[in-house]
Design a protein around this ligand. Structure first.
Ligand code: 5GP
Ligand code: MG
Length: 199
């Protein structure tokens, strides 16, 4: 697995420093109760890529929070391009109403923006008190720049990356750094899309 790495783009140390900063900013931005305390936060992490980010982030946020998972399927498989996105109901644990909730979407990477757009629309329909979005990575692409997002840990070049939760064909999520893979590891893009799978 280690031999498959081409370059380390973001080290585990830099990730830890930035995640701590983000956690502080998110808590500071929460509305306050009449007693001056931060209000409760509802986190909606997008499975599967955001799980490591989620685990590190929430342990730096000393506030009342709840987690509702959402799963989105797209067609990446052994490819490096996302095509379409749809909610995977079987793995999603959203309540029917989010009335009164201060909701924060958490995703691994903002690429075409289709995933975030779909998740945002799905949650907005449940009428939260506020709805924000946080991504670990944002790619340097016009589609990503055009997408509304409140917190970004790192802006990266338009390259395919893995590690710290991000996969290639479901592998490499356990790498502690964010890295690129050697060219021969990445399969050529197939002519037709692979079956839908969670991102
Ligand atoms: P979207 O194109 O909808 O913004 O992103 C869809 C999903 O594609 C992301 O949540 C992520 O799972 C996957 N994706 C996009 N770019 C990359 C990348 O560089 N590396 C990996 N591992 N996944 C990516
Ligand atoms: Mg993902």
């Amino acid at each position: 697995m280690i031999a498959d790495i081409d370059q380390t783009l973001i080290s585990r140390r830099d990730i830890a420093t930035r995640v701590a900063q983000l956690a502080q900013a998110i808590v500071a931005d929460l509305p306050r109760t009449t007693a001056g305390q931060p209000t409760e936060l509802t986190l909606v992490p997008v499975l599967t890529g955001s799980v490591i980010f989620l685990a590190d982030l929430i342990r730096q946020m000393p506030v009342h929070l709840r987690i509702h998972l959402i799963s989105v399927s797209s067609y990446p498989g052994q490819t490096t391009q996302s095509t379409a996105a749809c909610i995977n109901q079987g793995l999603t644990s959203l309540p029917d109403s989010l009335q009164g909730a201060h909701v924060l979407i958490l995703d691994d990477i903002l690429d075409s923006g289709k995933t975030l757009g779909l998740v945002r629309d799905t949650l907005a329909a449940r009428h939260p008190a506020s709805l924000r979005a946080c991504v670990l990575l944002r790619k340097d692409r016009p589609q990503a720049a055009a997408c509304e997002v409140d917190y970004v840990a790192f802006d990266i070049p338009d390259q395919f990356v893995v590690g710290y939760g991000l996969d290639y064909d479901d592998y490499y999520r356990n790498l502690p750094d964010i890295v690129t893979l050697k060219r021969h590891i990445i399969q050529p893009e197939p002519a037709s899309p692979n079956p839908a799978k969670t991102v």
